[in-house]
Design a protein around this ligand. Structure first.
Ligand code: OAD
Length: 241
């Protein structure tokens, strides 16, 4: 399944970057955003995942995020997450850039994770920005206030919001300077994350996509490993061990 060409690139690689999307968590039971069973089929994102919606109806948006937290609360990482955690130690330098907010990469043992879209397990004040990590229980029904009086919201990037500046800068630096770039389990349509594999390719880097389906970048990448990440990533790790 792992081509000789990829093996050769892996053997030579010193610096490796991986971009992940919702597909990596699909085998853990976390719904993806798009597609037949995607989350956005059931909810219209513009109604819930943006700042205006939160200010208009904070209780509704809070309740929706508490519901999503309850869905992922005791969910476990799958073999794809564990393979990525192992990859961190298999190369001299490694970076995992994720669009996922579920925290499963960290739960699987990955330590150097660049979170582009925040983390649903964390909260922050909508006014002063102070983080509120563990003190708010999953059972908290009503939105609560920070000591500054501002409303506490999930620390995730909503539609229309900027990505964390350091995270996105760091991600592009990796995309421009690694030896292999993997794009795993992402539909590669939400920018700026979707630009990362393209930037890597333009920089002359070997780009590999792992996805059961084709995406807008499939025709552009060097290799498309077609299948679920929970099967393909452990194959790559086997070869590294
Ligand atoms: P999507 O739901 O757009 O895409 C998930 C991708 O995973 C699809 O291309 C599927 O084919 C693929 N997939 C499904 N099962 C898989 C499996 N077992 N192994 C590997 N791949 C699989 O999710 P994202 O690309 O992550 O942003 O979406 C990007 C962003 O769109 C999200 O971070 C979110 C959303 O708007 C924000 O909320 C800011």
């Amino acid at each position: 399944m792992v081509s000789q060409q990829l093996k050769d690139h892996i053997k030579k690689a010193r610096r490796v970057a991986v971009l992940t999307g919702a597909g990596v968590s699909a085998e853990s039971g976390v719904p993806t955003f798009r597609g037949e069973h995607g989350l956005w089929k059931k909810f219209r994102p513009e109604e819930l995942a943006n700042f205006d919606a939160f200010m208009r109806n904070p209780e509704l948006v809070w309740e929706w995020y508490q519901y999503r937290r309850s869905l992922i609360y005791d969910i476990e990482p799958n073999p794809g997450h564990f393979a990525l955690a192992k990859m961190e130690n298999a190369f001299d330098e490694f970076s995992l850039i994720t669009q996922n907010i579920d925290g499963l990469h960290q739960k699987a043992g990955s330590q150097r994770v660049i979170e582009l879209h925040g983390n649903i397990r964390r909260n922050k004040c909508a006014t002063c920005g102070e983080f509120h990590e563990d003190e708010i229980p999953i059972t908290q029904k009503k939105v609560i206030k920070c000591h500054c009086g501002g409303l506490i919201r999930p620390d995730v990037v909503w539609f229309g919001e900027m990505l964390p500046v350091d995270a996105i800068r760091n991600a592009f630096e990796w995309a421009e300077s690694c030896d292999i770039f993997f794009s795993v389990g992402t539909s590669a349509i939400v920018h700026p994350a979707a630009q990362l594999p393209i930037t890597a390719k333009q920089a002359g880097i070997y780009v590999v996509e792992v996805n059961p389906d084709k995406t807008p970048i499939t025709a552009y990448v060097d290799e498309h490993l077609q299948g679920p990440s929970g099967e393909i990533l452990p194959e790559i790790i086997k070869f590294l061990e």
